[in-house]
Each structure stands twice: as structure tokens, then as C-alpha cells.
Design a protein around this ligand. Structure first.
Ligand code: FMN
Length: 458
């Protein structure tokens, strides 16, 4: 096993809702996730994560409802499977106000809003967080969302990425190209706030979007937010290779993870970037204890409250397959669909039946849990880094807030003792902290080519 000694990156993985990944745990007596509507729930979380030197809080989001399982939303509503779900972007300012370093990776679906408005929202968040904002680029995978937004169905899978490619070009023009770095003078004596010669009108006429306008926000610390992406299909990886700086994967084991990371890094090189220009985060659920027995006891307690069926209903929406129609051991028809291609492909490769999936989802979700002492958890995380080549983890929550507190109090010191985790934050923006190459996109990133020429070659 090669020990690369790379510092492990950590994001907490959460969502502005009750049931996120490990379904059913909201019914645990100590769980507070039904407080997601209240600001202290989020500000306390942000403080805990910063105490643990987490790199970021990754907020998922979904537009649409999970109505594939049993062709209705009954289980979704009863178990609160990402429904109700509130807007994630509105949480960020409050959490930024009580922290100094924590980054925020926020999911926003680009399909249902114009790039002009989304550009301003992220610039605003980048200003208010002083350069700590990231965007998880998603295009959606639910027909229920398309119907709610006045369409009959979604675009086909690959075309969603084509459209997103153009969307990103428009955003780069606004974020990178509209205002030159020295456009803002704030010169009271000369009565010049901004120099008109240095603020440029963006004119984009494309296949999907037409924009004729000036970016509404002045340049923010990072300009383009740190770009996250989570698609692992072939087309998804090509999209990531052009745009992403952080990629989130959820392979079922380290072998599949290694393959996914390898193909992604190859795509990066093909796109003219360096293989390590993307930080790869893998989803993980961790249940640590002071002793092995305590961890096992806690896990057994959690299992009483977890809902395997809710995990299955969630997975049904991800793959577009209604598992309720299959007998427990019947082979499932994994015909190509229009949802998350990589999820369907993995399920097909492993021939997962309904029984197998229910076994896998014992904690209510798809991430295999790491249960044990801090030393055991650290061994497992280290093995993922060494064997699969990932850079860090998106830690899904179990019972909150204790799952975060346990991780910070038990696992973080163990990782630090092994020299695998930072002991203080580095200064600077989220991008600078992650890559150490400055606040803005490096010149070899596609977005940098949209800067005004003098700036791009500076
Ligand atoms: C780990 C992971 C997390 C994701 N999180 C979200 C999310 O929060 N919201 C969303 O709309 N889609 C989410 N997706 C879906 C992806 O953005 C993408 O639409 C999907 O993976 C389809 O891409 P693919 O077929 O290339 O894998 C996620 C996918 C993965 C694998």
C-alpha cells in the first residue's frame, strides 16, 4: 500500500431537509434534523465543523420529488426523503457570519434558471463569504422536476451536459470577462466608482442561451466559485474534465473508486489540465466510538431507527427504476434510462436485486458505514486515499448533531496524530486553501480564457 501522505480533505455532506442520505434516522430520540428550518441548527453546525478544521460544508439540493418508487410520493413524504426541502443558498450568509475559514459547496440546479441571475447570486455569496463559496453544478435527473417547471420531460442525459457546457461559458463571460480587475476605483474625490472603459458588455448568442448585458456584481474574491460536480458517466466525466475543480463520487467499493478516479484523471489530461487539478471526494458514513464496543453499540442503536425502504425509494429515483415492482430476488431490468447513468451502471454491473439493495441500505442509505474506533476509521479513510486515489471525503450525517461532534472529537485528533490532517487552517479563499495557486481560476482552466486578453496573458 503506497502511503502518499497527502493531507485528507473533509467536507460535511448535508442538505436543507430532514432525511438526506441515511434515511429514517430523524426518528432517533437524539436526532435534531427536524430543526433544519431554524438558523441555530446551521450556525451550530458551522461552528462545530470549523472547530474540526473541516474544509467545507457541502450542501446537496434537489428540485422535484422522489416519485419513482411505487409511482407516488407516499414513502417520500412519510419518511421525509429530501422532502420537504428548503433552498440551500439562503443558509450560507448566517453560517459565514459565525465562521472565518469554513468553505461552502452549494448545489444549484442550472436547468431551471437563467445564467444571468445565477451568476449574480454566486458573486454575492462570494463577496459575503469573502471567497469561501463553491458551486456544485447539477442539471437534475428527475422528470418530476421537469413537469413542475412546465416541461413534459427532461432533456436526454448527454444533452443536459451539452446545455450545461454552454451555460458555463456564459457564466465565465460574466464572472471572468465583464469587469476587469481594476474596474472598481471607489474614488470619492474623482467621483468615479467604476471605470466605464473597464466594464464590458457580455454578448452571447448560442444554441441554448442568449445574453446581452453587464454582469451585475463587481468582481468578488474568487470571481468564479470553486466548481464542484458529481457526474461519473462518460459524458459527465468529460464535463468535469473541462470545468470541475472538485468531484464527488460514490462508488460501492475502493476498486470501483480507483477506476473512476483513474478515468477522470485521464480525461483531465486530455482536456489540457493536470491530473491533480481536481480534488476527488468520496461519500462516507462514519460511526466512531471511544472503544470498538461503544461504536458497535451505537451503530446497533442507529439501526433500530434507520429505514432500508426509504433508502431504496431514494435509490429508485436516482436510477429511475421502481424496485417495488420486483420480487425480492428477481433480476432487475437495468435498461438505460434518463436519470443518474453512473448509478444505474453500477447497479447493473453488480446485478443488484431488491433484496441485495435492502441489505446494503441497512443504515438507510447507500454509503457503506465505517464503524469502530478512531484508529479503525482512520485506517479505512487512509486506505481509500491510498488505494482509490481520492483526496478526501464527503461525510454524510447519521444522528445529528452527534455524528459531527463524534467525528470532530474522536477521529480528527487521530488523523492529526498520524500527520494525515491539518492542525490549522491555511489563510485565503476556498480555492487558495484547496489548491494553493491563488484565489481565481488558474490560467489552464477553461474559464480563464474568458478574461479580457491583457488579464488572461498576465
Ligand atoms: C455523489 C452524488 C451526489 C449528487 N448530488 C446531487 C444533488 O445534490 N442534486 C442533484 O440534483 N443531483 C445530484 N447528483 C446527480 C448529478 O449531479 C448528476 O446529475 C448525475 O450524477 C448524473 O450524472 P452521470 O449520469 O454523469 O453520473 C449527485 C450525483 C452523485 C453521484
Amino acid at each position: 500500500m503506497a502511503n502518499t501522505n497527502k493531507p485528507i480533505l473533509l467536507n460535511a455532506f448535508n442538505m436543507n431537509c430532514v432525511g438526506h442520505i441515511n434515511h429514517g434516522l430523524w426518528t432517533h430520540p437524539r436526532d435534531r434534523s427536524t430543526d433544519y428550518r431554524l438558523l441555530p441548527y446551521w450556525t451550530n453546525l458551522a461552528r462545530t465543523l470549523e472547530r474540526g478544521l473541516f474544509d467545507g460544508l457541502f450542501l446537496a439540493d434537489i428540485v422535484g420529488v422522489y416519485d419513482v418508487y411505487q409511482h407516488n410520493v407516499d414513502v417520500t413524504l412519510r419518511e421525509s426523503i429530501q422532502l420537504p426541502v428548503n433552498d440551500p443558498t439562503l443558509l450560507v450568509s448566517a453560517m459565514a457570519a459565525v465562521t472565518e475559514h469554513l468553505g461552502f459547496g452549494v448545489t444549484v440546479n442550472l436547468t431551471y434558471e437563467q445564467p444571468y441571475l445565477l451568476a449574480r447570486r454566486f458573486s454575492t455569496l462570494d463577496h459575503l463569504t469573502q471567497g469561501r463559496i463553491g458551486w456544485n453544478i447539477v442539471t437534475g435527473y428527475l422528470d418530476s422536476a421537469a413537469r413542475a417547471m412546465g416541461l413534459t420531460e427532461q432533456l436526454p442525459h448527454d444533452e443536459r451536459y451539452d446545455r450545461a457546457d454552454e451555460y458555463l461559458d456564459v457564466l465565465y463571460k460574466l464572472w471572468e470577462g465583464s469587469w476587469e480587475p481594476d474596474a472598481v476605483r471607489r474614488d470619492k474625490a474623482a467621483r468615479v466608482f467604476a471605470d466605464p472603459a473597464k466594464v464590458h458588455r457580455v454578448q452571447h448568442a448560442g444554441r441554448y442561451y442568449n445574453v446581452d448585458g453587464y454582469h451585475l456584481a463587481e468582481p468578488s474574491p474568487q470571481r468564479t466559485p470553486v466548481l464542484f460536480q458529481a457526474g461519473s458517466s462518460g459524458r459527465g466525466q468529460r464535463f468535469a474534465a473541462r470545468h470541475a475543480e472538485c468531484v464527488f463520487i460514490s462508488p460501492p467499493n475502493r476498486q470501483v473508486g480507483r477506476e473512476t478516479v483513474r478515468t477522470l484523471r485521464e480525461e483531465l489530461v486530455r482536456a489540457g489540465r493536470r491530473p491533480d487539478d481536481v480534488k476527488v471526494f468520496v461519500g462516507a458514513a462514519v460511526v466512531p466510538g471511544a472503544t470498538e464496543a461503544q461504536a458497535r453499540e451505537k451503530y446497533a442503536d442507529y439501526l433500530h431507527y434507520a429505514s432500508r425502504e426509504a433508502g431504496l425509494a431514494h435509490f429508485a429515483a436516482s436510477t429511475g427504476i421502481d424496485y417495488a415492482q420486483y420480487d425480492l430476488d428477481a433480476p432487475v431490468d437495468y435498461a438505460p434510462g434518463n436519470a443518474i447513468e453512473s448509478a444505474t451502471r453500477t447497479a447493473k454491473q453488480h446485478g443488484w436485486t431488491r433484496r441485495r439493495l435492502l441489505e446494503m441500505f441497512e443504515l438507510g442509505g447507500r454509503y457503506p458505514a465505517i464503524v469502530g474506533t478512531a484508529a479503525h476509521v482512520a485506517d479505512e479513510l487512509q486506505a481509500w486515499v491510498d488505494e482509490a486515489g481520492v483526496d478526501g471525503f464527503n461525510l454524510s450525517r447519521t444522528v445529528v448533531p452527534e455524528s459531527y461532534e463524534d467525528f470532530v472529537d474522536l477521529v480528527v485528533p487521530e488523523l492529526q496524530n498520524r500527520g494525515l490532517y491539518k492542525t490549522a487552517y491555511a489563510p485565503g479563499s476556498l480555492r487558495q486553501k484547496l489548491f494553493g495557486e491563488g484565489d481565481t481560476l488558474p490560467l489552464r482552466h477553461a474559464g480563464a480564457s474568458f478574461r479580457q486578453r491583457a488579464e488572461a496573458i498576465a
